[in-house]
Design a protein around this ligand. Structure first.
Ligand code: FES
Length: 505
């Protein structure tokens, strides 16, 4: 990039544009779909952004729109700002709903402590969800959600690893954000907090704890430092009682973190009589299957298709994204978030669209688009091309083959699984019919449930339990080392054949 250019990145969509230094944001970021509701007069406040990296000068209108504290935290009106340096901006109008969890004492069961407050935190790659609980009653007293500030250094764990390895202090960045969240939750009751329990994926675990992420950057992607990490408030510089324990729970292996451990607890797998499964559908797919007789878990590289990351017209589930697609009466119908013009398609819309394409015959079980143009129109102007569908095939094959292999390791079959819980944001929003339709999940619909934020729910259950034995024994399976891995993966690439669709085109 030449010296007279600067780069602007907008989160949480992670879209980037290069513009001449000093260019008004009003002209430079509207091309990325950012909207200026009042046309940039500075009165509506609809263009609020927060500067996550770089700097943006405070203007007269900013002084009227924001408090000194908000200005200090980087809040600006984009319509008044100029790009004097490369910047990363968090865009309020693109904020996603962060999944939390409403379950309190009744759902979390006993083992409750006698007094004090506790905080459970689900530290996700994109978002953070935290709740403060009364440890005696299990009642939720406060909830905080936010974007993970590390998002300024990329949306996936591999880009965070790269940033950390090139000297960015992502540990201090995330600890500072979590300190602010903890203080917002406590609001004057800091000294009553007995314990803070954090869960997250292996990279979040390592970055929070300040551990070396280099072993996670290369095959076989295994770190020797997967254990629980405990801290005193003094070590983190958090103004809590010195008796408070802060624990980031242990990872289960390779890329299976404590968010999956907590999810396993949340769905009751360790006490289940019959096989139960938890599937977290993300760039790194994680699967756990088991019962009270034993639990196996594994991770599988699904790639970013479920977040529409490598899809040509893919975008996150925010305004303008196609989130639902139906095929009925020989027509394709789509729902757009915010009811405006479609700008792209998010992960749940993608799964729906391909399921609808299979249903209509426009997409063949092999994944080929049946027409000559090799373009599958979803909803004007959004289309899928052949490469988009291949990306989804790879992602769904990674999950389906991982599931089959774990069942084989357990000596079980799909018929033995009583319940399958889909975790994470994508698992919560994907249409179960469509997930079955593309062969992502191979089970009857009645077995499949959305788990909500199972990681946060499990973290709360573990926080409320006095017993360390509440943590179940879980064995990690390295799928890549399984002899049938490649064959099973290839078998799972094809889509299920819809019975009423002609055999071939
Ligand atoms: S667009 Fe209305 S205040 Fe900026």
């Amino acid at each position: 990039m030449s010296a007279d250019k600067v780069r602007i990145r907008l989160e949480p969509l992670s879209v980037v544009v290069e513009v001449p230094r000093g260019e008004p944001l009003l002209s430079s970021i509207s091309q990325l779909g950012f909207e200026f509701p009042c046309g940039g007069t500075g009165f509506c406040g609809g263009c609020k952004v927060r500067v996550l990296a770089g700097s943006v000068l405070v203007t007269e209108q900013d002084l009227s729109a924001f408090s000194p504290e908000e200005l200090a935290h980087g809040w600006r009106l984009a319509c008044q700002a100029h790009a004097e340096t490369s910047i990363v901006l968090e865009c309020v109008q693109w904020h996603m709903d962060v999944l939390t969890d409403d379950s309190g004492q009744s759902a979390l069961k006993p083992g409750l402590r006698k007094h004090g407050l506790g905080i459970a935190i689900d530290l996700g790659t994109t978002t953070i969800a935290a709740q403060m609980l009364d440890l005696a009653s299990g009642d939720i007293l406060a909830v905080e959600t936010d974007l993970n500030p590390q998002s300024a250094w990329g949306s996936d764990v591999m880009s965070r690893i790269r940033a950390a390895l090139t000297g960015t202090d992502l540990t201090t960045i995330v600890r500072s954000k979590l300190q602010a969240i903890v203080l917002n939750l406590a609001r004057g009751r800091e000294l009553e907090i007995d314990e803070v329990v954090l869960v997250g994926n292996t990279v979040m675990h390592h970055l929070f704890a300040g551990l070396d992420v280099e072993p996670l950057s290369r095959a076989p992607f295994e770190s020797a430092l997967l254990g629980e990490q405990s801290f005193s408030p003094q070590e983190l510089n958090w103004p809590l009682s010195s008796a408070c324990r802060i624990r980031f729970l242990h990872c289960l292996g390779g890329f299976v973190g404590s968010d999956i451990l907590a999810g396993i607890v949340a769905i009751g797998m360790p006490s289940a009589d019959n096989l139960t499964a938890l599937v977290d559908l993300g760039t790194n797919g994680e699967i756990a299957i088991g019962s009270r007789r034993g639990i196996l878990c594994a991770s599988t590289a699904a790639g970013p298709a479920f977040e529409a990351g490598t899809i040509r017209m893919g975008m996150r589930a925010v305004a303008g994204a196609i989130s639902r697609v139906f095929y009925s009466n020989a027509n394709m119908q789509a729902t757009v978030i915010g009811d405006g013009e479609a700008r792209g398609i998010c992960g749940s819309g993608l799964v729906d669209a391909v399921a609808a394409g299979l249903q209509s015959g426009a997409i063949l079980p092999s994944g080929r688009i049946a027409n000559r143009t090799k373009i599958f129109p979803v909803c004007e102007p959004v289309v899928l091309d052949q490469a988009d569908i291949r990306e989804l095939q790879l992602a769904k094959a990674a999950i389906a083959s991982g599931f089959r292999l774990l069942l084989k390791c357990l000596g079980a079959s799909a018929d033995d699984v009583q319940s399958i819980y889909l975790a994470g944001a994508f698992g919560n929003y994907v249409q179960i019919d469509s997930a079955i339709g593309i062969g992502l999940i191979e089970a009857p619909k009645t077995c499949i449930h959305a788990a909500g934020n199972a990681a946060l729910r499990g973290a709360k259950a573990l926080l409320l339990s006095k017993e360390e034995s509440a943590l179940p024994e879980i064995a990690h399976v390295s799928l890549a080392a399984e002899p049938n891995f490649q064959d099973e993966f290839v078998n799972c690439m094809t889509f299920p054949r819809m019975k009423h669709i002609p055999e071939a085109h």
